[in-house]
Design a protein around this ligand. Structure first.
Ligand SMILES: [Zn+2]
Length: 396
């Protein structure tokens, strides 16, 4: 009796396995690859997937062999899916070893450009403080010139996700002052942000251009944002796609203090952030005054690595002050620990202001292939690339 039961189930299994042989293939048009994979697995079919360029959207099923209605032979199906339109890298100037602008802002104040005695919306001679009108113009200029924002920490981690043909740009703000102005706080604890402050303007661009990927990193000192809502602001920023970094506790000049003081300046600010937004700030230091001016200075190691009140800290990158764009993170011997920034100010196209820098960038600008898992570069730059775990695509 037992034997018969086993034989019965054996028969069922054989019928199950060979079932597809006696059936017509289903039509895969309109199905996605996951659904087809599932079908193949359930019916014990070997599935081969090939990709081809086409005008159809990426992932669309272009062809199935054998086609719908034909009986399967050898329990094998080939699927050809679209990988989208063929990209002409040369025509688009794709270059993922090109330079990337890291913009250095300080305060933005609610003023028109005509309200200041300096040019281009600079409120002081060096343009550290600038008008809201100038900041809006800058953001519009970057967007219209096909720059899209990425987070500084992503750049440092080598993660650059920008759509095809566009270029990354990074915004930074130092000192905390005049970066955000809170008009009120609701009973529920929601912050009412002044639409004319730096953060208010950034938020309006989030709505205006959703593909701009609006973000910025704010480098703070011990006084944070000089606001009665300091803690609420920090939490709000990290919860709304912005980052917070370290600008030292008292805005110290690191070439003029002792090694112990240097450790305290960095460690004390990290400790402060740890109490308000633990694990949510970025371990990056913007060097006040851009000092020290070289990495050989004794204090530099204390900025990178030390311990404060028995707690170790590690800084993965530092930012200097001024004057030009930074490299692609994929170039050979690239040094994250001492990054260059562009001072975001106006000076009639002279002395490395915004206009001058964006002209220089046209000669060697990072232009994305739209695929963050592939580094695409022109053949002539082949020897400039760092060893990488990413797939590299070289074109001629
Ligand atoms: Zn500063």
């Amino acid at each position: 009796m037992k034997k018969w039961v086993i034989l019965f189930f054996l028969c069922l299994m054989i019928i199950g396995c060979t079932r597809i042989k006696n059936e017509e293939l289903v039509d895969f048009t309109g199905k996605n690859i996951e659904e087809i994979k599932k079908y193949a697995e359930e019916n014990h079919i070997t599935l081969k997937v090939e990709e081809e360029n086409s005008d159809e959207e990426k992932g669309t099923i272009l062809k199935q062999i054998p086609s719908n209605g034909e009986l399967t032979k050898n329990l094998e199906i080939s699927i050809i899916i679209s990988k989208g339109k063929e990209v002409n890298y040369k025509e688009l100037g794709i270059n993922e070893l090109g330079d990337i602008p890291i913009m250095m802002y300080h305060g933005i104040q609610k003023m028109n450009n005509d309200d200041t005695s300096y040019i281009g919306g600079n409120i002081d001679k060096d343009g550290y403080q600038r008008t809201s009108e100038a900041f809006i113009n800058d953001l519009e200029f970057y967007y219209q010139n096909n720059y899209r924002m990425i987070r500084l920490i992503d750049y440092v981690d080598g993660k650059i996700d920008v759509e095809l043909g566009k270029s990354p740009i990074i915004l930074t703000f130092d000192d905390g002052k005049n970066n955000i102005n809170i008009l009120d706080i609701t009973e529920k604890g929601e912050l009412i942000i002044d639409p004319d402050c730096a953060v208010g303007i950034l938020e309006s661009f989030k709505e205006k251009y959703p593909d701009y990927n609006v973000t910025a990193t704010f480098f703070v000192n011990g006084w944070l944002f000089e606001s009665e809502y300091n803690e609420e602001i920090l939490k709000w920023l990290v919860n709304h796609g912005y980052d917070i970094g370290n600008h030292s506790y008292t805005h110290a000049d690191f070439s003029k203090i002792s090694e112990e003081e240097a450790t305290n300046e960095i460690g004390r600010l990290y400790a402060l952030l740890d109490t308000i937004i633990p694990n949510k700030y970025v371990p990056i230091v913007a060097l006040p005054f851009g000092s020290p001016y070289n990495k050989e200075h004794d204090n530099f190691n204390h900025i990178l690595n030390s311990s404060y009140e028995n707690k170790n800290y590690e800084t993965i990158a530092t930012l200097r002050v001024g004057w030009e764009a930074s490299s692609s993170p994929f170039v050979k011997d690239f040094d994250y620990t001492f990054l260059k920034r562009i001072r975001a100010y106006d000076n009639n196209g002279l002395d490395f202001d915004i206009e001058m820098n964006f002209k220089i960038l046209e000669e060697n600008r990072y232009i994305s292939d739209g695929d963050s898992s592939v580094i695409t570069i022109p053949k002539e730059l082949e020897n400039n690339i760092e060893n990488t775990s990413y797939q590299v695509l070289v074109y001629e």
